[in-house]
Write a protein that binds this ligand. Structure first.
Ligand code: GDP
Ligand code: MG
Ligand code: ZN
Length: 294
């Protein structure tokens, strides 16, 4: 049987196969192969009497480490317009890493009841799909739902921005803990990591990711400098027109990207994020680099 892992808790997995849920362990041989099953994995399941065992994992199209998720179609970057205010530099960095990994970024601004999202939306319109929601009334949720249905998505974003509230609005069965309750649960130390994905009514899944403070800010998220411009979608129309084929788009004469920034065709905050990431990439020693697509 072929199925998909919909929850992992220690070395216990729930697999959805042929419309049934099975609680499975991974076969020993699999564990020794240095690849452990994760949520989103397509796996083969064998039934031995009452016991269900994961006997194989199909090749992944991508994976993220924290939380462990495989085969993502989208990463939904959730930012609140206020409390806390968005960190655009971090957002630009994480969306670039997402593009690099081949996972489509989606940006959502929450708490539109407290502060208008227009000034933030403007920066990303035409670059990534961007949405605004008021989780208290559900305003804007159905537009986002239409984009997420039929695909596998996970949320990323700081604590308190409204990820769990949004998950509950998109998928009422999720019953995710929000606000104060969520904080209390987090304080009770949970050593075994639990990851769970929820089916959407019209097909597709959304991952609930407790303790997912930020996408990940580790060293290995640094993108090779030669590949960085490729992770900024709005640069693509210009990079072919630079005077020098090896243009870094940071200072060169005849740089079409710089020209586009001056003409207001590329956003300044976006461009500044690119330059910061480029500087960061320059500082990395080659032996410190691990391919983030791994
Ligand atoms: N005013 C307002 N509050 C919100 C909105 N979304 C979430 N909140 C509140 O923000 C707090 C944190 O939300 P939560 O969903 O737990 O955020 P998470 O930490 O990202 O999962 C809770 O008190 C929510 O009720 C929103 O759109 N508007
Ligand atoms: Mg939460
Ligand atoms: Zn250039």
């Amino acid at each position: 049987m072929r199925g998909i892992i919909i929850s992992s808790y220690g070395d216990s997995f729930r697999v959805l196969a042929d419309g049934e849920e099975y609680v499975c362990r991974a076969r020993g041989a699999l564990r020794n192969k240095d690849v452990s099953p994760m949520c989103g994995d397509f796996v083969s399941v064998e039934l031995n009497g009452a016991e269900a065992v994961i006997s194989g994992i199909f090749p992944r199209k991508n994976e993220i480490v924290r939380p462990p998720l495989a085969n993502l179609d989208r990463l939904v970057f959730v930012c609140s317009t206020v409390d806390p205010v968005p960190n655009l530099r971090a957002l630009d960095k994480f969306t670039a890493v997402s593009v690099y990994k081949g996972i489509s970024p989606v940006i959502v601004f929450t708490k539109t009841d407290k502060c208008k999202s227009e000034s933030f939306e403007k920066i990303y319109r035409g670059v990534f799909p961007v949405f605004s929601v008021n989780n208290l009334t559900g305003e804007g949720v159905s537009e986002l739902y239409d984009v997420l249905k039929g695909s596998f998505s996970a949320f990323a974003g700081n604590s308190g921005v409204g990820k769990s509230s949004l998950l509950n609005n998109l998928c009422p069965k999720a019953g995710a803990a929000t606000g104060e309750i969520s904080r209390k649960l987090k304080r009770g130390k949970n050593t075994t990591r639990r990851t769970e994905i929820y089916p959407l009514t019209d097909g597709g899944y959304i991952a609930d990711t407790p303790g997912f403070a930020a996408f990940s800010t580790e060293r290995y998220d640094t993108i090779f400098k030669e590949e960085l411009a490729g992770c900024f979608p709005e640069f693509q129309d210009y990079i072919g027109s630079c005077r020098f084929p090896d243009c870094s788009h940071t200072k060169e004469q005849g740089c079409a990207v710089l020209e586009a920034v001056k003409d207001g065709l590329i956003g300044r905050t976006r461009y500044q994020s690119y330059c910061d990431m480029y500087d960061e990439a320059l500082k990395i020693r080659p032996w410190e680099l691990k391919d983030v697509r791994r």
